[in-house]
Design a protein around this ligand. Structure first.
Ligand SMILES: Nc1nc2c(c(=O)[nH]1)N[C@H]1C(S)=C(S)[C@@H](COP(=O)(O)O)O[C@H]1N2
Ligand SMILES: [Mo]
Length: 523
């Protein structure tokens, strides 16, 4: 196991040069993320929540540990099996790394070099272990280990072969073995930690800090003072609280200096854009509420931000798509894809190639340097982070990342609402109780929010003003609460006139439905 730790530590060090995603744990974890069957993934997400990625890395490390334990045990008797096992370990890591998008052939190096170092380390440790083990005279020295059976034992000429002499020798050997183990584990840990630190030094934090956002070509929308309702979540979600969803085990580090956006495929005029080109384009600031299709009824995978970016419609016009190209495939540097209807991106809504979020450059975890934001569509079909390609194609010809995994190819945001206060299970004094929350139907807008207490009538809540139909709307209602246990329910109606359905549906394949309910206790 110590030898395996050395392999992983060496691999982390090599990955400083070859990229974080070529390190074996991350590479193998990435393959697992992309290929794990949906029920297993759902289980992992259900158990570990937003820590599912850390759980995956720890799980992978545990698997490696178990494997290493087996190799260690077998290797004491059959060295060739251990060497083969280590080679297989290296090959799996190398093969996994090669499947990652955007990595070159050098991605095999961390796994292969890690495995290559593990062989002599394991041999050394097994020999040291053999010396530190009591053996019967009859079996000695045949039980010494490794390709070099000359591992010195107590029967070697000139040594004290008495019982006492042997046990003194054993004690010394054990101490030495434990010391060797400590040294090896220390080297492994130092290598791993140093590797990780050096990798993160290569991160784009500095590049991000030196970005000066361009000024908008028109003033940003002014928020009406009444946009915020007491008791609801903040109308503008601070960046640090903004939900984060993606498949990336290590956050892609994209330097604006080397960033390119290629618009190609079924277009008459392919375009390649650099960061400098992008900054020269018109920039607008728009509040847009982004929602994840995985958001459960009442869930918090939704946030509202002021995005700064250039309208994608004009870029698409310049690229001049062929009429049959009904899908724009957005591709991230890590190979993740999403497919957006071309018509949606050209229908005049504020679909942005965004570089700013709430007055800052995009946080790295939210797609620095450039991502897409499209009002009215769930994130998985519209909001590619670390974007590097727009490929015009047809829905009939290409399935984006989540489509073969059971999610719909097209997914407009469903009209939804949530009660933020009181919380489920809360207690309040009888009398007027403020019930408040958010409702959203991006790009259609909210016309009405109603609240129902127990089986009573639906009552209209007051709607706060918003800046556009592309953000959530806050609502509130003063409820004359009477003692007892009550259930509060909310439903919204959008400006198209459709009222949110009460029929419960799971997030898959195209967004959860149902009314959010909270139970409250009035004293
Ligand atoms: N590159 C990349 N972009 C991505 C994803 C991803 O996995 N990889 N996930 C999408 C999903 S499912 C959602 S809901 C939004 C979330 O954006 P956020 O993390 O900035 O909130 O990003 C989208 N963009
Ligand atoms: Mo999502």
């Amino acid at each position: 196991m110590a030898a395996a730790a050395v392999a992983l530590g060496v691999a982390e060090l090599v990955a400083v040069a070859t990229g974080a995603r070529s390190a074996p744990l991350v590479a193998v974890g990435g393959v697992v993320v992309d290929h794990v069957p949906a029920p297993v993934k759902d289980f992992g997400i259900a158990v570990f929540g937003v820590h599912d990625k850390i759980a995956l890395l720890v799980g992978t490390a545990l698997l490696v540990t178990g494997y290493a334990y087996g190799l260690g045990v077998i290797g004491r008797r059959r060295w060739a099996v251990a060497v083969t096992g280590i080679a297989v370990f290296g090959a799996i890591g190398a093969a996994a790394a090669l499947t990652r998008t955007g990595v070159g052939p050098e991605a095999v190096l961390p796994s292969l070099l890690g495995a290559a170092v593990a062989v002599p380390v394991l041999r050394y440790l097994l020999r040291a272990a053999g010396r530190a083990e009591p053996v019967t005279t009859a079996s000695f020295p045949a039980a010494t280990v490794g390709p070099d059976p000359a591992g010195a034992g107590p029967t070697v000429a000139g040594r004290d072969d008495s019982a006492q002499g042997r046990s003194a020798y054993l004690r010394r050997s054990r101490r030495r073995f434990v010391r060797d183990l400590g040294i090896v584990a220390g080297i492994a840990a130092a290598g791993g930690v140093a590797g990780r630190m050096l990798t993160s030094r290569r991160a784009v934090t500095a590049a991000r800090q030196s970005v000066a956002l361009p000024v908008t070509t028109e003033p940003a929308p002014v928020l009406p003072a009444a946009v915020q309702v007491p008791g609801a979540v903040p109308y503008v979600t601070p960046n640090r609280d903004f939900y984060r969803i993606d498949t990336a085990l290590v956050t892609p580090q994209v330097d604006p200096a080397s960033w390119r956006l290629r618009i190609h495929g079924m277009v008459r005029n392919p375009i390649t854009l650099t960061w400098a080109d992008l900054l020269r384009r018109p920039m607008v600031a728009r509040y847009v509420t982004l929602a994840c299709v995985s958001n459960e009824v009442g869930g918090d995978l939704i946030g509202n931000a002021l995005w700064l970016g250039t309208p994608i419609r004009e870029l698409l016009d310049e690229a001049d798509p062929l009429p049959e190209a009904d899908q724009v495939v957005q591709r991230s540097v890590d190979g993740w894809t999403c497919g957006t209807p071309t018509a949606v991106l050209r229908d005049g809504r504020d679909a942005l190639l965004a570089i700013g979020m709430n007055g800052e450059p995009l946080p790295v975890s939210h797609g620095f340097p450039v991502r897409m934001v499209v009002p009215g569509l769930y994130g998985y079909v519209s909001a590619c982070k670390w974007i590097t390609e727009l490929e015009l194609t047809r829905f009939a010809d290409f399935d984006a990342y989540w489509v073969p995994r059971g999610w719909s190819a097209q997914a407009p945001v469903k009209t939804q609402s949530r009660i933020d206060t009181p919380r489920d299970g809360a207690s309040r004094r009888s009398g007027p109780v403020t019930v408040a929350g958010v409702a959203w139907a991006q790009h259609r807008g909210i016309a009405k929010v109603e609240v129902q207490v127990d089986d009573g009538p639906w009552t209209n809540a007051a709607l706060a003003p918003t800046v556009s139909a592309d953000t959530w709307t806050q609502w509130s209602l003063s409820w004359p609460a009477e003692p007892g246990r009550h259930t509060l329910r909310v439903r919204a109606t959008d400006l198209d006139g459709s009222t949110q359905t009460g029929a419960r549906a799971e997030p898959a394949p195209d967004g959860a439905t149902g009314w959010h309910e909270v139970a409250v206790n009035i004293e």
